[in-house]
Every structure is written in C-alpha cells, then in structure tokens.
Ligand binder design. Sequence first.
Ligand SMILES: [Ca+2]
Ligand SMILES: [Ca+2]
Length: 825
Amino acid sequence: MMSAQDPLGHPKKNAIFYRKESQSPWARLLKPIGKLHYSQSSQCMLLIYLSFLMVDESSGHPQCLDYRPPFKPPHHLEFCTQYDKFGCCDQNKDNDIADRYWDIMDFFDIQGHELCGGFVKDLLCQECSPYAAHLFDAEDPYTPVRNLPGLCFNYCSEFHIKCQSVITLLTDDKNLRESCEKDRYKFCILMNLPDQDYCFPNVIQNTDLNSNLGSVVQDSKGCFQLCLIEVANGLRNPVLMLHANDNTHRMFVAEQLGFIWIYLPDGSRLEEPFLDLSAAVLTTPWAGDERGFLGLAFHPKYKNNGRFYVYYSVLVKNQVEKIRIAEFKVSSLDMNKADPNSERLIFEIEEPASNHNGGQLLFGFDGYMYVFTGDGGKAGDPFGKFGNAQNKSALLGKVLRIDVDGTDSDGKPYRIPLDNPFRSDKNARPEVYAYGVRNMWRCSVDRGDPVTHNGRGRIFCGDVGQNRYEEVDFIVKGGNYGWRAKEGFECYDANLCHNSSLDDILPIFAYSHRIGKSVTGGYVYRGCESPNLNGLYIFGDFMSGRLMALQEDRKTGTWKEKKICMGQMQTCSFPRLINHYHKFIISFAEDEAGELYFMSTSHPTAYSPYGTIYKFIDPSRRAPPGKCKQKPLPVKVKGKRRPFVPQALTVLDMNNNPPTRVPPKKIKFTTKPLATTTFRPTTVRPTTLATMPKTAFSTVRGLWQFKVMSFGLCNAPATFKRVMEKVLNRIPLQCSLVYLDDLLSGQGKISTVRDWPVPAYQHQLQGLPGLASYYRCFTTHFATIATPLHRLLWKEEVFIWIEVCQNAFDNLQEVLTLSALSQEL
Ligand SMILES: [Ca+2]
Ligand SMILES: [Ca+2]
C-alpha cells in the first residue's frame, strides 16, 4: 500500500481515498467517508458548516420541581393518590403535603371544607404532578418559579368564586393576594399559564401528554430518545473505562497511548496517571492504527490483592510485533498508583499484521480471565490452511480462558481451568474457550437483573466484520463463532461454510455495512438511575457513530433491535444534559453502580485529545429519590487533582438566552406545614439576578466546530479572510480560543503560537509527550491568525474549533446567519 500519510500521521494532499486491506476497527477510518471531495477544477468554494440542533416542540416534557424527570413512587401515596403510579412525590413528600393540607383546612368550618377542600388538595398536589415543572413554570433552572401551580381560566374562576379567601393561606405573593381580593379576571390571568395544554386541570386530561408517561420517549420512527451527560473530555483515544470493584467508585480510563488515568467520584481527574506504559506500548499517530494499549482488567479480588492485567502491543527487538498480556500490582504506598516495576508477563502472541489485535480482557464470574484475540490481521484471515480463527491450535482469533491465580506444572505463569473445552484435545491449545472470532472489539459481562439476577454472568461481544456484516455474539464455552467460514449470518468462505463439521454459533444480532462498518460492543444496562433501560444491551458502531440497543425476548431467547437516538431538544431539556456526541464510538463502560457510558472522539488518532466520555440518561423516568445513593469509600489522594470542565454545550444552554446564573444545586420546595400565623411562599428560590456574580467571559461554555472546506487553488484568501472575520468578530476576543487541527500544524510554520491560553485547558497539554508537535493553539487576534488561515486554502479540508465563552453569543440566530452568510460567499 502506498503511504497516504506523512510520518506524523497527517494525510498528504490528494491522498484522501485511502484503502487498506485491514478493516477493523481503527482501520475503518481510512475508508472514504461520504462525498467530501470534489475535483480541483471546481469553482472556488468555501463552505462553513455549523453544528446546530433545531428545537422540536412535538411532545410533552415531564419534569419535577427539582429539574429532573419524574419517577414511580416506591410506596403507595396516601394523599395525592392520583400521582401514585408516576409523578414527583415519594411517600415522605406526600405526607408533608397532607400535613400542610390539614393545617390549612383547620381554618375552615364544615361548609368550607366541602367548598374548598378539593381545590386546596388539587393545588397542593400539583407538586407531585409529572408535569410539576410546567405547572410551576420551573422547566428552566435559570428563571424564577411560581409559588402556585398554573390554573386554567375556568377552573380558576370557580376556585375564586368558591374559596378566594384561602389564597392568603397558600401564598404571600402580594400581587396574587391583591388581585384575588379585587379582581377575579386579573387574578385568573395571573394564575394562568401561557401554554393551555399545561395548566391545571387541562394537563391531566391531555392524552398526548399522559399516554406512555414514564416509558422511554420514542420519536416518530419508534427510536428511543436518550440524553447524555458529558463526564470527561480531552482524552486521546480512550479505549476503556473501568472501575476496580473496590467500593471507591473511582474510574480508570485508559488511552491507546498507554496511559491509565483515575477519575474520582466528584468528576475530577488525578494529575498523575495511575500507570504510564507509553514507553513500552507500540502505537503511532496514524489514523486507523489498531495497535496500542487495548485492554485492562482488575482481578476480582483487586481490593485485597491489588493485581490487575493489561493487554497491549509491543515491538520486540525492533522487529517482531506482539501482543502482550501482563500483570501489574498497585503500589503499596499510594492506592492511586500502579507499581511500574511490578510487571509480570503472562504471555505474548506474535502478531502477523498490524491490524486485528483483539484487545479485550475481562474476568468472568467464574473467577477466570478471558482474553479476546484478533485473527492476526490483513483481510479474510489468510493465515495457514483455513485461517487462524478456525484453527484451534493457534491462539489468534480466539476467546482464551486462563486461571491467573496459579502457575502450571510446565512453568506457565497461569493455569488451565479444569473445564476448558479443549483441554484434552491434542489438536487444540488448552487455553481456547471459544473460536471462530475475527476481531472482537469490546466484550462485557452482564451483572444480571438487580432483582431476579436473570442474565447474570453472560458475556457479550461485538465482533467486527469483513466486508458486509457486523455482529454481536453471546459467548459460550467451546463455541465456534464462524469466522472465516461466515461473516454475520452469511457465508464468507463458501468451502468452509458448507463443511458439515462447522457447527457454528450465529450472532444474536448482525447489521449490514449500510448501517455501520465497525461494531463496538457495549453493556447490558443494570444500573439504578434509569430503570427503563434495565436489560437493554447498548452498543454502537465506530464508523457510523450509530448507537443501538438490543432487547431480549425472554420467551424465545431472541434479541430484537431497539433503535436509540439522541433526544430532541425538548426531550433533553434538563440541567447538564446534552444531545450530541463525537462520532467515532471507541468503547462503552459501566461504573461501579452499573450506570452506562461510552467514549468517542471527533478525531480518532492516538494522539488527538478530542476523546470524550458520556453517560447515558433516560430523560423520561428516573429512579425514586434516595434509591441510587452510593457511599463510595474515601480515596486518599496524594497528588493534585484537576476539576472537570465541561466542553459540550448543554441543551438548556442552546435553548435559552445566555444563562444569567448557575442553576441551584439543590432546591427545597417546602412542603412542610406553614406556621398558622405567618404564611410563606411555597418555594425558596433566589431570583435576584443583581446579586449573582458576573461569570461572563470566565468560563468556556461550548465547543463550536466549523468545518471549512476549500476546493481548488484560487485567489480566495481575501474571501476566506472575510468569512473568518465575520465569524470571529462575533466572538469576544477575551474569551475565544481558536485552534486548528493537525492538518495545519503539520506545516509548523505558524509564528505566533502561544501556550494554551485558558488555564482550565492547560492540563490537557501538560505531560502529554509529543503533543505540542501536533497541536498549536492560537489566540484570536486577527492580525496573527489571518496569515496562517490563508494557507488553509491549499488544503483539502480543515476543521476549526472555536471555543466560546458564556455569553459570547447574544443570540444563536446570529450564528446561523453567519453560517448562511458564509455559504453565499
Ligand atoms: Ca494483528
Ligand atoms: Ca461470527
């Protein structure tokens, strides 16, 4: 193959259509993606795309007064019984409301009870409505909340006629009290909501809003809408995230380069890595290189023995490429450091080609370690008579199972479990547990249903396909997963496929290359926070960026696809939630509590720090309050820690005018009985904006990606400059930071490079070897940036990221106009 890249991994000009014989998973990058490239002879064109999501108002948005989704109360509600099945109150809150009701009703005689009791109950119980946030105008944590729920006009009039006096017991809002006394019409206008669908009692009668309440929201095509929370960023091809099952709830994130970083439960990252294997790990900055640090597994008794296992590529004696499985131990002095001198080799396997290196390590519930190797590489598993995968005497293309708690009589640093399926087969390696594997990229063990334990211990894998299909497999002892006889459900090698002795196990699911070209195996959701997701196997595709889920039909044992998509703006309209992610899905993860995450990047090369970790959130229903509380064991931290700084723009930030204050962390809606003499508003909420500190220009609020494509040589620098001026002039200089990707920095000719100017980002550069040679940062002073930008015109395509501070854009419309404007030019 001709090299399409320079030694730094930068694609050479006119070499965009790469073709490598390798197929998975990184190598898939080298295939052309879409029709991005036009002939040099085409007219000089400049296009700037801006990622932007449109607001969709088509469905309801259940939300509680604490800005989170409603839940199913764990116990029966005695008072606000209509919200017993689904709403925003648990039993405690329901009791508080009942107490308050009786305190108010003490002021009434029997007739008053009859007239007003129902109204007072209705009004108080709206805090429990799954639409409480709408009723109280509290969807947006940045704006003030009403003290009383919004009432529809007719209902309000009736309420006013029958028991207007009760208002003084319900609120001390001066306006409401005065208008209630003097003017029914004005009072009911004040009590009403702009959206008639959401005022009480319309909101409970609206079937659109109340059918399917509590189930996962589906879009018009039946796709499950989920949202995300950004939990970490700035990672270079994060290949995995694991917890150590030691109750600390620390997360260990490994980068392909060979670094393992520790994240604490508060989201911060320790400055020093847990382990730095970068000197030993074989990897390159080439897009699509599948070699590197690939796997990590903590011993099931890590808490006591401090042992963990790694899987990485090495170059031995500058000649032979191998994968190495080795054991390390945690330092005896610092629980957040591995002992770098503790490495104990378990085994190495020679790799005949640079691709298909497998990379999954995991411990089953049987206590044994499973090692998932690739078929060795190239295409079509060409090694030997019928390939590595079908050859049980080869270790490649396999699921291996070993016992790392003992040594073998022949001196191997591990034992063969007594029930390994081919232990007594002379033509097989005793380590083999399953075979016919092409290149399983990410496998997981199902921890089982939290109540019934159904499914516990099952191992699921994504096996990357060759030309036509990607598959998900459920691994069983002795199983033949078909490769290279089959790819997915179809024959790949006709001879092998029709051999009657094949006896293979078909995938539980396969999808064609129209959907995606490199599967990334995921996890079965067994967490607590999103009860609707329980039992769903969530996975994705590295190349297409598609997220998918499989749901088991327990009667037939078959798995059906449930499509997953990002929630629309309204669906994900909760604090911190986002509904977009970087395209290249590298890996999935499960935290100690069972919540699910995935890692993806916009730039899948081993040195590019654009990897982000996202947590899945079901916006339609959460677990009841208190149910998912975790008590992590304390972590003794010796070094420094870096706080998490979000980069992704949240849906709320996109939806609203620039926020004027941070949302309150906790909000208390006092449902406690009011003292009988002084009435307080039902809500405690700071609403004065003047007292809030000005945060404008101090925090980076979002990452805006402009994709600039220029075609052909032309005398367009002036035009280009004009466009960029228009873009950049809209962004206050103090807070913006523009950096161009490695296409540009590869030239190394930019004179005005400075260190990363935003302190919060400096850590991304520190201690990252070689990074400075790939990334250059620019401050956005025009004079300095205009000249380098001119050079971009001779490039095929260029990405520019502009990081924008809070309040940078007065109005997103302006940005859209910009985008339109740039297309005109
Ligand atoms: Ca290989
Ligand atoms: Ca297969």
